[in-house]
Design a protein around this ligand. Structure first.
Ligand SMILES: Cc1cc2nc3c(=O)[nH]c(=O)nc-3n(C[C@H](O)[C@H](O)[C@H](O)COP(=O)(O)O)c2cc1C
Length: 399
């Protein structure tokens, strides 16, 4: 899943047998949060209904060029408001019109007025596909920066075998996504984030943990993804797409497996310093005549320090960002911690305040860097704090 909220995707459907597959494409963009608008050619109505697309897109479907609701004709307004135009399936007819600037229906007129990326997913009989005029037209469009998602080979609906079947909906979606994220500031960056408090089992029903909600890690993950980064989230709290772990030992295993080829690692999880030496296999019973039991705790590995040491030994380029939660002497403790751990940045949280930190939607942090610099980020939503942190690390403007 990715977050396309705030993006408007225009899907153009032309009169080919693969038009029904556009329904799934619309659903895919909707599932990922995009506002979807559909334009159909009048010929496409022979293959799928307006009603279906209207329901799937949750928007009116634009078809007829001369039905003007507003003072601004639709071929201009739709072209202005969308971030990307995905024409799937694109018939030989529509491809040829686009290549020659013909605007004789709403879809071709919108395409002509469209200044942002256009994705074309052709689908047709294999002999039509091989036709030199069609290939020339496609070449011309590709040179004009239209992104062509080539059709696949196989058995075609018309009974022939060859190239012409609409590319998979996944591939069309992925191509569109790459275009939509091409200019985002964190495009190409790989980021690992840990979130939540670790769970150290006592027996099958009881555990030791802490108050960490995972919200700061989730805010970082969401913000980094929205800015184009590829995010791996390791979490003790369920989250879509996350690698789920419970204990510090499990978290360490996953962090070690992933961190070396990352651009940055954000250790936002609250890792327990100690775990129970021996987890009881069966539930510990209170019957047994004793009023006291003793749990022996042993130290957990220091994951942050471990990866900082590996980074140094192997001269890795990964930036390591630690987090600390302090209930007193915030900056004194944070300064000591960054030099002791050897990380590039340390994000210091004051957990003595009830209005920020654990469980809260807001935070106020100090960012310490390895050169001794300290910067305070004033109280803001955890997502805005995440943005400010990411901005500092890559020294880029994230707006
Ligand atoms: C049953 C049927 C299936 C068709 N399938 C395709 C197709 O897959 N690809 C294509 O380019 N044309 C196909 N056509 C031809 C187009 O519908 C025709 O060229 C039409 O003018 C396209 O109009 P449009 O590009 O404005 O939607 C098909 C026609 C019929 C009758």
């Amino acid at each position: 899943m990715c977050n396309l909220s705030g993006k408007t995707v225009l899907i153009g459907i032309t009169g080919g047998i693969a038009a029904y597959k556009a329904c799934e494409l619309v659903r895919m963009f909707k599932r990922n949060g995009a506002n979807v608008k559909v334009i159909m050619t009048p010929n496409a109505l022979n293959f799928v209904t307006e009603l279906t697309l209207q329901n799937l897109s949750q928007n009116n479907v634009a078809i007829h060029e001369f039905e003007i609701d507003d003072f601004k004709p639709e071929h201009i307004s739709l072209a202005d408001e969308a971030d990307i135009f995905v024409i799937a399936p694109a018939t030989a007819n529509t491809i040829s019109k686009l290549a020659n600037g013909i605007c004789d229906n709403l879809l071709t007129s919108v395409a002509c007025a469209f200044k942002k990326p256009v994705i074309l997913a052709p689908a047709m009989n294999c002999n039509m596909w091989e036709n030199k005029i069609i290939q020339e037209n496609l070449k011309k469009l590709a040179e004009l920066n239209y992104k062509i998602v080539e059709p696949e080979s196989g058995f075609l609906a018309c009974g022939y075998e060859g190239q012409g079947r609409l590319a998979s909906v996944d591939k069309i979606f992925e191509t569109a996504l790459n275009e939509l994220t091409a200019n985002l500031p964190l495009k190409g960056k790989k980021i690992l984030i840990t979130a939540g408090g670790t769970i150290e089992e006592i027996d099958p029903v009881r555990y030791i943990s802490n108050y960490s909600s995972g919200k700061m890690g989730f805010a970082l993950a969401k913000t980094a993804k929205n800015l184009g980064a590829e995010v791996t989230l390791i979490s003790t709290v369920p989250a879509a797409g996350a690698v789920m772990v419970k204990s510090a030992l499990e978290m360490q295993k996953e962090v070690l497996a992933h961190f070396e080829n990352m651009d940055a690692v954000f250790m936002a999880a609250a890792v327990a310093d100690f775990r129970v030496k021996e987890t009881a296999e069966q539930k510990i019973k209170k019957s047994g005549g004793t009023d006291e039991i003793t749990l022996t705790l042993v130290k957990n590995p220091d994951i942050l320090k471990t990866i900082c040491n590996i980074k140094k030994e192997k001269h890795l380029g990964v930036q390591i960002i630690g987090f600390c939660a302090e209930s007193e002497n915030l900056l004194t403790n944070a300064k000591e911690k960054i030099s002791q751990k050897g990380c590039d940045y340390l994000i210091a949280n004051d957990i003595s305040r009830k209005d920020i930190g654990f469980g809260s939607d807001e935070n106020e942090v100090h960012i310490l860097n390895a050169n001794g610099g300290i910067e305070k980020i004033e109280k803001a939503s955890k997502e805005n704090i995440a943005k400010e942190i990411l901005k500092r690390i890559w020294s880029t403007n994230m707006n």
